[in-house]
Design a protein around this ligand. Structure first.
Ligand code: SF4
Length: 233
């Protein structure tokens, strides 16, 4: 489904517009980076599993104690489940997440020589790791642009900026973005959109932001209509 040769077709004009937006995003957010604190691929995998339905800020509060107690896949695989649950409790869905951390660690030890694997198919065998998690790990721990991470910010902003018409299906949104943007930008692209989402294009706002990217490319956004209404008063 994600074969690069089978991505949806995009026109030259659509790709040129995407390239301009990318350039602008780099201009205003020159340091696109992963906001989950980590020192190695294993820590990033753990942090990403914990980030489901939870903010990066909250995950970053939990991981220092977790990594101190269980710094390796071997240690985490052997951890008493109740202790893992207690450590990750504030990230929500903690029973499921604690079990995922323990089971994923066990698979790393038993199947991958205690190393985090570097392919999508292998990462998907780890409990708690779906495509989004795997893309985060591949892109940020190994510099492999396998796909685009589509989180709630990326979903919202790619719709608002007219980069996709798909509202819900994250796989379809990802395929639209992969077809529009050059492969070498895929990992940065989601960080850039997340930075723009936190900085300007928030889920809700009472005033339309005056960010230059919005002024230039947001003419079809709800924001733009608000701006028009405001200017009409
Ligand atoms: S104009 Fe508004 S909705 Fe559009 S990208 Fe900017 S902040 Fe987001």
């Amino acid at each position: 489904m994600f074969s690069v040769s089978k991505l949806p077709r995009k026109t030259k004009k659509q790709k040129e517009r995407a390239a301009e937006i990318l350039e602008e995003l780099y201009k205003y957010y020159p340091d696109p980076h992963c906001e989950l604190n980590h020192n190695n691929p294993f820590e990033l995998l753990v942090a990403t599993i914990l980030s489901a339905q939870c903010t990066d800020v909250r995950v970053n509060k939990v991981t220092p104690a977790l990594f101190k107690a269980y710094p390796t896949p071997e240690a985490m695989a052997e951890a008493p489940l109740e202790e893992l649950e207690e450590l990750v409790k504030t990230t929500g869905f903690y029973r499921n997440k604690a079990l995922s951390l323990k089971e994923a660690s066990r698979t790393l030890v038993e199947e991958f020589g205690s190393e985090v694997p570097q392919t999508m198919d292998e990462l998907l065998t780890l409990r708690g790791a779906a495509r989004k998690t795997a893309n985060v790990v591949l892109g940020n721990a190994f510099g492999i642009n396998h796909g685009v991470v589509v989180d709630t910010h990326v979903k919202r902003i790619s719709n608002r900026l007219g980069l996709t018409r798909e509202k819900k299906n994250t796989n379809k949104i990802e395929r639209d973005l992969m077809a529009l943007f050059p492969r070498e930008s895929w990992t940065d692209l989601s960080h850039l959109m997340i930075h723009h989402g936190r900085n300007a294009c928030k889920a809700r706002f009472s005033e339309p932001p005056d960010h230059p990217i919005c002024i230039k490319y947001g003419k079809r956004c709800e924001c733009w209509k608000m701006r028009g209404q405001k200017n009409d008063k």
